[in-house]
Design a protein around this ligand. Structure first.
Ligand SMILES: N[C@@H](CCC(=O)N[C@@H](CS)C(=O)NCC(=O)O)C(=O)O
Length: 215
């Protein structure tokens, strides 16, 4: 398998999952700005990471799908709760929420120019995104006050790895995810896993990341 990633992006979650799974894979770095090159568009025509090229199931994109696939390929690790349990639907719900609500809010904060053709509006797009993220961080924090892992399982699932991506990126926004003690505890718990440390090292990033923006 080949995982295409941008350093410090949402592709960090499948990278950690693959590293934890023990499955054979190769992580291939896409340089920022190069994801629209024809060579990468041939892999994912949407020009986004992650893309997981599999020998048996073609190319899989979209973080929740890639994470679900890795979990399926390593069934003994319980990276996804089994079908028919409440935890299963919690894991799916959280991945949908992260993908549809949290990730786009970071996009509006850091790529506001994509959402406003009038440059005079960029500040207000960013302001609204920061406000929304603050409310979302508070919601996530309240949920992690009553459960160790986000889907209510005894051990972490791929939904936790995905949440970690935003716990980490959230260090550099105001308010920071550090200001939400339960969310911060969760981020540090995932950071302490060996597979996370390995993926971070392989991507050439740090837990802290840059002072602002993606990476
Ligand atoms: N909905 C997609 C979002 C993918 C996405 O936007 N990935 C970002 C990195 S976090 C990316 O490729 N950014 C490049 C760009 O926006 O040009 C998913 O869940 O995989």
């Amino acid at each position: 398998m080949k995982l295409y990633y941008l350093a410090g992006s949402c592709a960090l979650a499948p990278h950690i999952a693959l590293e934890h799974s023990g499955l054979s894979y190769q992580a291939i770095r896409v340089e920022r700005g190069k994801q629209s090159d024809p060579s990468y568009l041939a892999i994912n025509p949407l020009g986004r990471v992650p893309a997981l090229v599999t020998p048996a199931h073609g190319t899989i994109t979209e973080v929740p799908a890639v994470l679900g696939y890795v979990a399926d390929m390593a069934p003994d690790l319980d990276l996804m709760p089994v079908p028919g349990t409440p935890q299963r639907y919690e894991a799916l719900r959280w991945m949908a929420y992260l993908s549809s609500t949290i990730h786009p809010a970071f996009g509006r904060l850091w790529r506001a120019e994509r959402f406003a053709s009038d440059t005079a509006c960029i500040g207000s797009v960013q302001e609204a995104a920061a406000k929304q993220l603050a409310a979302d961080f508070a919601y996530i924090d309240s949920q992690l006050a009553i459960r160790k892992w986000i889907a209510g399982t005894d051990d972490f699932t791929v939904a936790d790895l995905y949440l970690f991506v935003f716990g980490r990126l959230g260090f550099r926004v105001t308010p920071s995810t550090r200001d939400f003690p339960n969310f911060h505890r969760h981020t540090l718990s995932i950071a302490a896993i060996e597979a996370t440390k390995n993926a971070i090292t392989q991507q050439g990033i740090t837990l802290e990341g840059p002072k602002s923006g993606p990476g």
